[in-house]
Every structure is written in C-alpha cells, then in structure tokens.
Design a protein around this ligand. Structure first.
Ligand code: G3I
Ligand code: 9MR
Ligand code: ZN
Length: 572
C-alpha cells in the first residue's frame, strides 16, 4: 500500500486529495484494514480522522485506489497522512508554493543557456564555461564539400550563438524553441503577477521582468535562424549527439539544417507574439521582431507547400511533422493580433475550419496557440477589443467557435480525469514519450478554459495535473528535480552526468512514464505488460523516459503561474 501526496504541497484554498493505492490482488483478498485514515501535523497532533473513499481499480496503473479528500485542511503547516501501517511523505500547506516552484522551473532554463559562460554569482556550484561558439556551416554546403564540389574555404560561415540547449542533448531546434517560448510568453501575458520574483540571472535588475530577460536569450538566438530570403532553418546542431561531456567539450562541427515550413511559421508566430509583449520595455526589439515575422510570413506566402526534409545521416533530434497547417494558422493569427489586418484573420479561419481539433500545445501540433492569440484580451482580462474598436462579425463568430471547442475539449478531459484513480487527464493508452507534456498541455487547456468559463471543475482539473506531476502518480516520484521529498534526480541530461557534482540542478521536469519505452536500458528494465503509468525509471541512461527539455519545463511554468495567480471561485 502506498499513500501519494503532492510533494510540493497544497495551497490553503485548493482542493486536496491523497491517493491510497494497493495492488489489485491485495484489494480483492480483502485484507483487514482499519476504516479511518489520520491527518497529522508533523508535531504529532492528529488533525482529523476520516475514512478514505473507495475509487476502485485504475487501468493506467493497475492499482486499486482509495481517495482521501482533506480539502478542509486550510491551515498552513507541515503534515503527513497515516493509514494502517502506511505513512505519506510529509507535505506543506501554504501560500506561495507555486511561485517558488516557478522560480526553479525558470532558472532551469538559465542552466540550458548555450554560448555563454555561466558564472558563480548566478550558477553557484553549477558554473560552467561557454560552449558552442564556433561558426556553423550549412549542411547542404557541407554535403557538397564532402562530394568534392565545394572547398572548405568556399563554405559560408555563420556566427550563430546562444539560445537554450533543447534538452539533455545540446541541439537547438526552431519548432521546439517556439513551442517553449509560446508557453512561457503566454504564461507571462495571462499571469503577469506570477513573475515578480527575481531569477538571479545576469540581466536581473535591468527593469525588465526576469522571465522576459530569460526568454530574450532564446529569442535572440532564434532571430539568427532566419535566412536572408525569410526562410528559417529547422535546426542548429552537430551531426551526432555529443557524448556525455560538458558542453564546452563538444567540439563537433555545427550545422544549419535546411529550412522547414514549420520552422518558418512558428518563427513568425513567436516573433509576432514577442513584439507585443516586449514593446513596452524595448520598442526597438519589438519593431525588429515584428519586421522579422513579416519577412518570414512573406516567404511562407510564396511557399504554400509543406516543406520538411528528413536528413537520414544526421542523428540529432528530428522534430519531424506531417503538416504545417497548424503552424501557419498560428502565424496568421499572431500577425492579425499585431496588426488588426483581417486578411490574416481570414487565413487563420481557413486553417481552423480544416483542423479536426485545434486544441494542442505540443511541439508537433501547436494549433491551440492560435486560440490563445484570438482570445488574448479575454484571457488577459484586459478590455475586450470590442470596447475600443468594435469586433467584426467575423472575429466574433470565430471567437465563439473557438470557445465552444475549448469547452468541449475541457469537458472531455474532465471525463478522463474522473475515470483515472490518480485524477490525471491521460487515458490509459495515452502514455507516449514525454507523457508529462500531454498532462501539462491538458492542464493549460483546463486553466485557460477556466478563465473563460469559470467552471470550478476546470480549476480543480489543473490542481490534479500538478498533483500528478509532483507526486500523485504510481511511480512515487515528484517529476521535478529538487522539488519534494522523493524527487527524481537522475535526468538524461549530459551536464548532470558530466559535471561531477553530486546534487542535481533543481527545477527540471522529466518526460515521465512512457508506455512505449524507446531506449536500450528502458526496454530491459520495463517488463512487457507493465501498466503505462509505471513505465518509468529514474535512470540517466533512459532518454525515452527520463530526459528533460525546455518544452517540458515551459508548460509547467504556465500551470504553476496559473495556480500562483488565479484563485478558485467557489460554486457555493
Ligand atoms: O502521437 C503518437 C500517438 O498517437 C501514439 O499513440 C504514441 C504511441 O507511442 O506515439 C505518439 O507519438 C510519439 C510522440 O513522441 C508524441 O509526441 C512518438 O511515438 C514518440 O517517438 C515521440 O517522441 C519524441 C522523441 O523526440 C523521439 O522523436 C518526443 O515527443 C520528443 O520530445 C523527443 O524530442 C527529443 C529531441 O528529438 C532531441 N532532444 C531531446 C528531445 C526530448 O527527448
Ligand atoms: O541523448 C540523446 C537524447 O538527448 C535524445 O532525445 C535521443 C533521441 O534523439 O538520443 C539520445 O542519444 C542517444 C542516441 O540517439 C543513440 N545512442 C545513445 C545516445 C545517448 O544515450
Ligand atoms: Zn552549447
């Protein structure tokens, strides 16, 4: 038997449910268990006793589940729960927990910075030298060089630096970067109050919120990924992943890989979004970002076909796709939001009408971002533009259609949550590589739909997804390094493996359980038939289970800032 709690803790006002899990065989054997569970303060005083409520079998974990709802415990303090011989990890009830989590999650992005030295005042014991500062060449020119058609000195050199390492590897990939930036920039847009704390990064104190300083580091790299003609390179990596060495020791040649239409469109969208957000702090940058967005949009218009080239000889991340329509929709919508030009709106509407369900926020299908752009003022609680300039009928009907769709999806997710013993919005067949991204994407959808509809069940849905991430899951781990009593600590992250430091850099989100383990060690460790929620191992070798990436941290930033700044409405 195990008792699972959110190891970060609980906000005083929020719903609180501990999950009691036991093997199904033990449950059916009807072992003798006392009825009541107890909630204790860590000083030993019993706060109350209460019987857990049977939920029954849970498919994704294979466990038999009971729930203990202790939402009435609102007094700040440290607690634990007991039932028979089992005791939970101690946990906190208190304010500000998600604000502190947010700082760690965002600081982890600082630790992903490429191309600059991380110095002791900001990085502490994790200080390290600059990396990947050598010039890059075009992959296609390099192929010509190999074929003897172009000499070494004839290859153009590009001095591209900066950005965040994508993940446990050292590559930088345009669509992945756009996805992470969208999560974070929109988190800032909708929940600015959640970003008041300093991140203690080199730019701190320059008058710009630190989260924008950190994102700017990625945006400045991204701007360099735009080619002369407005196309955008798909990725900036070596030919093969580096070994498990510190980034400054990765001396392999860097390449710019051929442009893709997804890269161009997500570049347009990200730059357009950034231009709105940074304008009040840095109008020069905002103008530059908007001009860059328009330039690549013109390239997209001139190249309406789907463009993506698989590079079989290259073994860094692929970030392949089958469609660029979601990225094109997002690009058009962001430019509409920046300019008010309805030609963009109409373009976006065409893609919207063709998309089966544009409510995703992952790196492959990013269609949901178009909805955030369309509904931006409503989600910001800023005056709807109708109050300044009347909304066109077209925009009004588009908004209504999008809201209906979001509500439908949120209700579908509530159904999944209800069927899960762990309250997670994942069906038992939905545990892919990076399943925590799906969980967090669904948290973002529930959170934003809550802002629009104020249905308290959506709010609780967000709480449950963060509970899952932070310990209420069948692996018993908090999936954020350094957060909670039993946090995973061996991420697939080259720096963590190579730095020789015992402590793990805190604030990284793991990819999480993967029902289709894809790396050698995971295939050995995870027995066939293991329930998907338990397909996990805290082993650094297991990149298909336990890697970290910028776009797994970013939706956690979104969900944490939602919980930090939005108060639940009560239905009483
Ligand atoms: O969408 C399908 C789903 O329909 C199906 O049921 C499920 C069953 O496995 O698979 C789903 O697709 C999976 C997809 O991720 C989901 O987003 C693929 O199987 C899975 O292979 C794919 O994994 C991706 C992985 O690269 C391998 O391509 C991860 O999303 C992606 O995050 C990861 O990205 C890597 C970069 O390439 C390199 N840098 C590190 C980064 C993180 O591991
Ligand atoms: O370490 C790499 C990880 O960042 C990627 O997500 C993964 C898929 O691209 O690849 C990992 O690298 C492995 C490579 O693909 C195969 N040889 C072993 C490498 C490290 O374990
Ligand atoms: Zn680097």
């Amino acid at each position: 038997m195990k008792i699972y709690v959110n190891q970060l803790g609980y906000l005083p006002d929020s719903s609180k449910v501990a999950v009691f899990a036991m093997p199904q065989e033990a449950a059916s054997a009807g072992s003798v268990l006392s009825d009541n569970a107890q909630l204790y303060k860590t000083d030993g005083t019993c706060v109350f006793e209460k019987a857990p409520v049977a939920f029954g079998p849970d498919t994704a974990s294979g466990d038999y589940i009971r729930h203990l709802d202790f939402s009435e415990c609102t007094e700040p303090g440290t607690y634990y729960i007991k039932w028979n011989n089992e005791t939970s990890y101690p946990f906190t009830v208190g304010d500000g927990l998600y604000g502190n989590l947010n700082v760690l999650l965002a600081r982890a992005l600082y630790f992903q910075r490429c191309g600059m030295e991380l110095t002791e005042p900001y990085a502490g014991k994790f200080a390290r030298k600059a990396c990947h500062t050598a010039p890059s060449v075009l992959w296609n020119e390099y192929q010509k060089n190999l074929a003897g058609e172009l000499s070494e000195s004839e290859m153009k050199r590009f001095d591209i630096r900066g950005g965040w390492h994508d993940a446990g590897d050292y590559g930088r990939y345009t669509t992945a970067a756009a996805c992470a930036l969208a999560h974070i920039l929109y988190a800032y847009r909708f929940f600015p109050d959640a970003f008041k704390q300093s991140l203690n990064i080199p730019e701190s104190g320059n008058g710009i919120p630190d989260i924008l300083n950190e994102c700017r580091y990625e945006l400045d790299w991204m701007l360099q990924m735009q080619a002369e003609d407005g196309s955008v390179y798909h990725k900036h990596t070596t030919k093969n992943h580096a070994g498990f060495v510190m980034p400054c020791e990765d001396a392999d040649r860097l390449f710019l890989f051929p442009p893709s239409s997804m890269a161009a469109a997500s570049f347009v969208a990200t730059m357009a979004l950034a231009s709105r957000i940074y304008r009040r702090y840095d109008a020069v940058f905002a103008d530059r970002a908007l001009a860059a967005a328009k330039k690549s949009y013109a390239w997209l218009e001139a190249h309406p076909e789907f463009l993506f080239e698989r590079i079989p000889d290259c073994h860094t991340g692929e970030y392949g796709d089958f469609s660029d329509k979601d990225e094109r929709m997002w690009a058009a919508m962001e430019l509409f939001r920046c300019t008010g030009d309805t030609a963009y709106l109409e373009k976006a509407r065409t893609y919207f009408d063709e998309h089966p369900n544009p409510v995703y926020y992952g790196w492959a299908d990013i269609s949901g971002f178009a909805g955030w752009a369309l509904l931006e003022d409503e989600l910001m609680k800023a005056p709807v533009s109708a109050e300044t300039a009347p909304l066109s009928t077209k925009e009004q009907s588009f908004r209504t259609a999008y809201k209906e769709l979001l509500q439908k999806e949120a209700n579908r997710l509530l159904g999944i949550i209800e069927e899960s013993g762990y309250g997670v919005a994942l069906g038992s067949k939905e545990y892919p590589w990076g399943s925590n991204l799906t969980v967090l994407n669904r948290a973002m959808l529930l959170g934003t739909t809550y802002l629009l509809e104020k249905n308290p069940a959506y709010y609780t849905g967000v709480v449950r997804q963060m509970d899952y991430l932070l310990g209420v899951n069948a692996t018993d781990y908090s999936y954020v390094t350094g957060v909670g009593f039993h946090a995973f600590c061996n991420p697939h992250n080259r720096i963590t493996v190579a730095d020789g430091i015992e402590e793990t850099i805190p604030g990284y989100v793991s990819g999480g359980a993967n029902g289709h383990p894809g790396d050698e060690l995971a295939k050995k460790l995870i027995a066939p038939g293991t329930p998907p929620m338990k397909c996990f191992a805290d082993r650094w070798e297991c990149y298909s289970l336990n890697e970290i990436t910028i776009y797994w941290n970013s939706p956690a930033i979104f969900a944490a800032s939602f919980l930090d700044s939005v108060k639940p409405v009560t239905d009483k």
